[in-house]
Every structure is written in structure tokens, then in C-alpha cells.
Write a protein that binds this ligand. Sequence first.
Ligand code: ADP
Length: 164
Amino acid sequence: MKIKWVKADITRLEVDAVVNAANSMLLGGGGVDGAIHRAAGPELLEECRTLNGCETGKAKITRGYRLPVKHVIHTVGPVWHGGSRNEESLLKECYVNSLKLADEQGLKSIAFPNISTGVYRFPKERAAEIAVDAVKNFPAKFVEEVTFVCFDEENFEIYKRRLE
Ligand code: ADP
């Protein structure tokens, strides 16, 4: 599996699926979630309404609508509460469950934002370590390329150091 990292707006990526760092309602929000819904258009919200939300660590898939992708995989990252509420395993589950969905659909390329490192306040260095480990250890059948999409300079430098 090829692993890449870029500094970019995830709504501009042309891949088979982009992952959305959603909240448990799956009805849109701020940050990357808001950007994805704005770029995909109102049809995405309509499909999301039929999904009955999503638990933390789990993932659900929709179409990509006006985004240049086939699918959006919505996952719900943990809110960081200091590390004693299973946050690390839940973050790992977000990456693993998103990859499982992509692989089950036979998708070849997937792009992840830095889940939970925005308003959910997960420490960025530890989040990157968990993300990279989860991807490297995933037994993919179809997924060939994973891109870590960093939006802020700090995350970009962290992924660069880890993956270069
Ligand atoms: P969370 O609630 O999971 O913390 P946020 O959306 O607040 O979600 O932040 C997650 C990460 O997504 C942050 O690192 C933030 O910088 C990044 N982000 C925000 N907007 C975009 C975007 N358009 N493309 C890619 N990443 C983004």
C-alpha cells in the first residue's frame, strides 16, 4: 500500500473516497465536516438523514455527490478527555473501520483528514502515530493508496517527519 501526505483542502482531492470527521448525528457541523457538506451539496445531507447517526469509532458510507469522489466515508472520532476514556482505541477504530468499508466496496484510493485533532482536541502527535500504525497494519485487498490530508502546518510537519 502506498501512503502519501499532503497539505490540502480535502474537498479538492480526486480519490475514490474521502473520509469525513463527522459527529454522531451525521447531520453536518463545523471544520472538515462543514467543508465536505458545503462542497458536496444538500443531497449529501439528505442521504445522511437516512443513516440514523453513527457511534464513535464506527463508519458509514454515502455517495460523494458534487465532490470529485465516488464516496464519502463518515466516521466519528472521539472527543479527547485526557486519554482515560478509551480515546486511543476509538481513534484507531475510526481508521480501521473506514478502511474496511473502502475495501469491502473495492475502492482503491482513500484520503483521511486528521480525525479528532480539531475541536475534539486529540493531541496531534499521538493521533498521527495511531493513524499511521492503523493504516500500515491494515490487511487491504483492494485499497492501494492512502492519503493523509493535513490542513494545518503543524499536522503536515508531524506526518512529514513520521512518513518521510
Ligand atoms: P474533529 O471534530 O474530529 O476534531 P475538525 O473538523 O474540527 O474535526 O478537525 C479535524 C481536522 O480537520 C483538523 O486537523 C482540521 O485542521 C482539519 N480540517 C478542517 N477543514 C479541513 C478541510 N477542508 N480539509 C482537510 N482538513 C480540514
